[in-house]
Design a protein around this ligand. Structure first.
Ligand SMILES: [Zn+2]
Length: 412
């Protein structure tokens, strides 16, 4: 059975000043302890147990996790702030009325129960799962935000049903003109664009530039984080809509495999053009969120290589012509929206065709496979445009017979 893990970040309900101050003090003690361990040699560290820190006022369950965390982090030179953490055996979840609370003992021999605030309905469902025994709880971490609010970060794992086998897939393309475009095998499509996000991003970019010039680096960072929050929120909406769309049409989801995309040829070519640069949108984040939501909804999720999906005709497989929003295939005459065409290609991906395309043509002919060669009618598709030369015609002025046929002068 596949499993799903979620980390809940839940604020404590009306935490009093005394507790807040004490937890801050204990966190400092924990950080000092971690730095003491860090100063030891590897051989010394291996022998460490909670008994080595009997003088610490923290209870052994928390010290134990600190030892483990320090040994896990290999690159850290010094800990500035190490949050208090303990494993799943040292905390319990309770529910009285409608209020959830967790019990744990930070100090030796003292166990306290602290109520939590739960805003989201899906978080409530996860907590109910722990109480019912269907969800496994992981470690708990006490963290404090910059504003001073204390949160409990608890990780929870549970089993989800294996998605049903399917051959029908909704393809999702990272559009050139839309944030994401999805298409079913039958050609039903979903365009997700969020037009206003362009304005938001431009607004933040201008603001950042101005602040950067004024060397207000802290403000720049704060603005960046704010923008990121907006973007992540939109990705949540996009992924939710994509999964709902796939479920409605009884399909799985196929997305482009973005591994290594940052060094791709396309990126190098379009890096400087902001309006074309797809790196501007965190698609990897969208992919992760979509995969996660698909798993909970029992929708199959696959990643396929992205090569040639936007250049290939979704009806006949030939390489077509792209012109901004429109795609035209000169072999079968298919015409459609560029992103829609790409989305259908991703959805109908067979594996083999893309492998062929990736191989050099010489290797193909050695294997006796003849690649599709486009037959473009001489002089273009819709008749001969003005001033087009026949192949092999001499350079310089066009012969009069070629001009007269279509030019207004010829008609006169
Ligand atoms: Zn075609």
């Amino acid at each position: 059975m596949p499993t799903q893990t979620l980390t809940l970040k839940l604020p404590f309900l009306n935490l009093n000043q005394v507790k807040s101050v004490e937890w801050s003090r204990l966190r400092e003690a924990n950080t000092a302890l971690a730095n003491r361990i860090l100063a030891m040699s590897r051989a010394e560290r291996r022998k460490l147990t909670t008994a080595s820190f009997k003088d610490s006022e923290l209870s052994s369950a928390w010290v134990n996790q600190t030892i483990r965390n320090v040994n896990k982090s290999k690159k850290v030179k010094v800990f500035k702030r190490l949050p208090l953490e303990t494993n799943n055996q040292n905390w319990t979840l309770h529910k009285v009325g409608d209020t959830y609370s967790i019990a744990f003992g930070l100090l030796r021999g003292v166990k306290k129960r602290v109520p939590l605030v739960v805003h989201q309905a899906n978080h409530r469902a996860v907590l109910e799962g722990i109480l019912a025994g269907t969800h496994r709880k992981g470690s708990i971490k006490l963290v404090q935000s910059k504003k001073g609010v204390w949160y409990a970060c608890i990780s929870v794992t549970w089993e989800v049903p294996r998605p049903a086998e399917t051959t029908r897939f909704v393809g999702v393309d990272r559009g050139q003109h839309h944030l994401a475009v999805a298409a079913t095998p039958e050609g039903r499509s979903l365009f997700l664009s969020f037009g206003w996000i362009r304005h938001v991003r431009r607004h933040y970019a201008t603001k950042r530039r101005r602040l950067q010039r004024a060397s207000k680096h802290k403000t720049v960072k704060r603005l960046e984080q704010k923008e990121q929050r907006i973007i992540r929120h939109i990705n949540h909406i996009l992924s939710k809509k994509l999964v709902a769309f796939a479920k409605e049409h009884n399909c799985g989801i196929r997305m482009e495999d973005l591994t290594g995309i940052r060094n791709s040829k396309q990126r190098k070519a379009t890096k400087s053009r902001a309006d074309q640069n797809r790196d501007l949108w965190p698609y990897y984040d969208l992919e992760t969120k979509t995969a996660y939501k698909a798993l909970s909804a029992g929708v199959p999720f696959e990643k396929v290589p992205a090569a040639y999906t936007s250049k290939t005709c979704c009806r006949c497989g030939a390489i077509g012509v792209r012109n901004r929003h429109s795609f035209r295939c000169e072999r079968c005459g298919y015409q459609g929206h560029t992103d829609h065409n790409a989305a259908r290609n991703i959805g109908a991906w067979l594996g083999l065709s893309c492998l062929w395309v990736n191989r050099p043509v010489r290797a193909l002919s050695q294997q006796g496979i003849v690649p599709v060669v486009l037959q473009v009618p001489q002089g273009g598709v819709h008749g001969t445009p003005h001033g087009c030369r026949p192949p092999g015609s001499p350079k310089g002025n066009l012969p009069p017979s070629w001009v007269s046929e279509t030019s207004p002068k010829g008609l006169a």
